[in-house]
Design a protein around this ligand. Structure first.
Ligand code: PEP
Ligand code: MG
Length: 362
């Protein structure tokens, strides 16, 4: 017999009755709290003083999309398309991709509402995530290598097939397209040009597809954050990927447990970049979301809204909790805390600030 505490990661082998009882109680408490949160999670997310915050989900397959709907997501802020590519020996055909994307869109439209926004991110592989059917040279630093949009722009055959599939699957739904790991305006312009070509080709072939389609980029590379004002006029939205943005800003690999403190997205250096991105977006009348882990972190979510972020995209399971937290705070308070966080000494100091701010509220 084993026992596992999912909060702490502690595992017991043949636990004593006392331990079993404690774990059972903890689980029941958690389930009761969760059931309570679920009662209000379908309602829109509004702060105590009436500011609307859009709360959407990160998904990778149809089961995730159904979970998003159940947990009260207003849409999908990040559809990771990697799963379509990673689990096979040969590239998926355009038809395969259309089928999978439609299945996900239908999962989110389980109640018949087909116009929920779904932000589809184009392929983010390469680097440390190899595809068996793409031969790539070994790289010394895969995270700094031919990843994501860099790979898509090198492999136009794969990219074009994906863009066509997304546009076709979007027919009758409300898809938006997002390019990952952008570092430069030229990448955005090239990718948009290819998207336009995909549309023109489908039109010429008489194939039904969604057009127009809102097009945005992920802000994950510090260069893109710093150039946000130059890029904003060329896109419809930004979505900040705090996982990678933190890794590249702090030069601390995201999966390395020894660097956990450095790789914390609440670090003021990362927050200052996000602030810059929000300002550039709003000055150009486009919206900005966050789809990295920080958005679903009860502490991080308030910080981001305080910085002016319009949309938070997170794992479905964290939605009820984040919505409940937002309802317990005022926008002006979050703005004050965020401002203070920008000049804090580091991530631990920011976490202290947030703990103090949230204490007794949720
Ligand atoms: C991110 O980098 O924050 C992000 C959301 O993308 P991924 O986690 O898929 O790299
Ligand atoms: Mg990323």
């Amino acid at each position: 017999l084993f026992a596992l505490d999912g909060f702490t990661g502690d595992v017991w082998v043949n636990p004593a009755e006392k331990v079993r009882q404690e774990i059972r109680e903890k689980r029941e408490g958690w389930l009761a709290q969760r059931a309570k949160l679920m009662e209000t999670s379908q309602a829109l997310c509004v702060t105590r003083d009436g500011t609307r915050v859009e709360v959407v989900a990160n998904v990778g397959n149809a089961a995730d999309a159904r979970a998003a709907l159940r947990n009260g997501a207003e849409g999908v802020g990040l559809l990771r398309t990697e799963f379509l590519y990673l689990t096979r020996e040969t590239p998926p055909t355009e038809e395969d991709q259309v089928r999978s994307l439609v299945e996900i869109a239908e999962g989110l439209a389980g109640d018949g509402k087909q116009d929920r926004p779904i932000v589809v991110r184009t392929l983010d592989v390469g680097g440390d995530k190899d595809l068996p059917y793409i031969s790539m040279p070994e790289e010394e630093n895969p995270f700094l290598g031919v990843r994501a949009i860099r790979l898509s722009l090198k492999r136009e055959d794969l990219f074009m097939s994906q863009l066509r599939a997304i546009l076709r699957a979007g027919e009758g739904f409300n898809f938006k397209i997002m390019f990952p790991m952008v570092a430069n305006l030229s990448e955005v312009l090239k990718a948009r040009q290819m998207l336009e070509s995909a549309h023109l080709a489908l039109e010429k072939e008489g194939i039904a597809h969604q057009w127009p389609v809102e097009t945005g980029i992920m802000i994950e590379v510090p260069a893109a954050a710093m150039l946000a004002d130059a890029i904003a006029p060329h896109v419809d939205f930004f979505s900040v990927g705090t996982n990678d943005l933190t890794q590249y800003t702090m030069a601390a690999e995201r999966g390395n447990p020894d660097l956990a403190e450095l790789a914390d997205a609440t670090h003021p250096a990362v927050l200052r970049l996000i602030q810059q991105v929000v300002e550039a977006a709003h000055a150009n009348d486009i919206w900005v979301g966050v789809c990295g882990e920080l958005a679903g972190d009860q502490m991080g979510a308030g910080l981001l809204v305080g910085l002016g972020v319009d949309e938070l995209s997170m794992n479905a399971s964290t939605i009820p909790q984040v919505k409940a937290m937002m309802r317990a705070v005022d926008l002006s308070e979050m703005q004050t805390v965020s401002k203070e966080a920008l000049t804090a000494s580091g991530a631990p100091a920011v976490r202290d600030l947030l703990r103090e701010f949230l204490e007794g509220r949720v």
